[in-house]
Ligand binder design. Structure first.
Ligand code: MRU
Length: 344
């Protein structure tokens, strides 16, 4: 049996991450010894993908508790809340990060001893990690019910084992469809500027032996127009209460093509990606990343010096372009407003 990819593990009081910055050239681990290492790993995209940055953040809070364990109680709580605030701000768009930090912060109960709190935090982080895998498998089953016996699927960015603890959201649905015996062919967008599609999704597809082709992002429109794509599966970083969905930059463009040519366009995301507090996608903070991501590839300049750069990491796909949202609680159809609210 093939060994599954696990993007992180917590061992000997250290968080061990697959370093996603160097794949596929090298398989390396990045070790987080303290919460500041976790903050760095999330911000620098050693670990990336909405669900797994939530899990990494949870273990970051455990590392903070280990670090501040011996402090007097009042200092311990002050440092713990500061650590939660810092981890919370490591990336702004994926709400799974804030969701996980809140879940951990709720365990900082003043009437408990530091020993009890540390034990509670450790158990909760393990639980969040375990739930992530279970959630992915359920989304895989629900999503598979929408996939015909033979299908060509287009996907964007990386939504696989690397973006979660070990299975995947959109790529998890593809995994389930393949293992259920369906005849699946995948087109993976390279996903500029960080190339999560070519570096990470293509790597996972090759590891799994799933038939696939890697394409430059700009090829997708032609494939969709020419009737070569049966459906599109993508993940999400934050879903507003009306169904507007923030995901990797380029997702919106795909959704417009899908709508124009009547190709089903599905979001696959756990309910922890839904931000019930915001009504529409216009309220989602879109991260802007360094200009270097656009001007350089692997340190090699691909643009002239001093050109001005605009580099948003995500875009918002309006709910009207989305056919349905696949969650672990089932498939959410339109009207999204009503059906998302029922999930609360
Ligand atoms: O910038 P990234 O690589 O963290 O962006 C990731 C995505 O946009 C994914 O599609 C999303 O997090 C869903 S992952 C299961």
């Amino acid at each position: 049996m093939k060994k599954s990819i696990r993007s992180l593990k917590f061992k000997n009081n250290k968080l061990i991450l697959i370093d996603q910055r160097v794949l596929p050239q090298r398989y390396e681990e990045f070790i987080c010894n303290n919460y500041k290492d976790v903050e760095f790993a999330i911000a620098d995209m050693v670990v990336r993908g909405a669900p797994v940055i939530g899990v990494a953040a949870a273990y970051g809070v455990v590392l903070a508790a280990l670090e501040f364990f011996d402090l007097p109680k009042r200092d311990f709580f002050r440092e713990m809340h500061l650590a939660c605030d810092i981890i919370n701000k490591s990336r702004p768009t994926a709400v799974n990060l804030m969701w996980a930090v809140t879940r951990m912060r709720n365990l900082l109960v003043e009437s408990k001893t530091q020993k009890e709190i540390l034990s509670d935090l450790r158990k909760e982080a393990d639980k969040i990690a375990k739930e992530d895998v279970q959630t992915n498998k359920k989304m895989g089953q629900f999503g598979n019910s929408l996939i015909p016996p033979k299908a060509t699927i287009l996907t964007h960015c990386n939504t696989g084992a690397l973006a979660t603890v070990e299975y995947g959201t959109a790529l998890g649905v593809i995994r389930t469809a393949v293992s259920s015996g369906k005849d699946i062919f995948v087109y993976a967008d390279e996903t500029r500027p960080r190339l999560q599609g070519s570096r990470l999704t293509a790597w996972e597809l090759v590891q799994e032996g799933i038939p696939a082709r890697l394409i430059a992002d700009s090829v997708a429109a032609t494939l969709i127009r020419d009737g070569k794509i049966d459906l599109i599966l993508v993940g999400a970083d934050r879903i507003a209460a009306n169904g507007d969905t923030a995901n990797k930059i380029g997702t919106f463009m795909l959704s417009v093509m899908a709508r124009t040519y009547d190709v089903p366009f599905y979001i696959v995301a756990p309910t922890t990606t839904i931000d019930f507090e915001i009504e529409t996608g216009s309220e989602i903070e879109i991260e802007e990343r360094s200009s270097q991501e656009v001007t350089h590839i692997k340190g090699v300049p691909v643009a002239p010096n001093n050109i001005d750069i605009y580099n948003p990491a995500f875009d918002v796909t309006p709910a009207e372009n989305i056919t349905a949202i696949i969650t672990e609680k089932g498939i959410i159809n339109k009207p999204f407003n009503e059906n998302i609210l029922n999930l609360k």
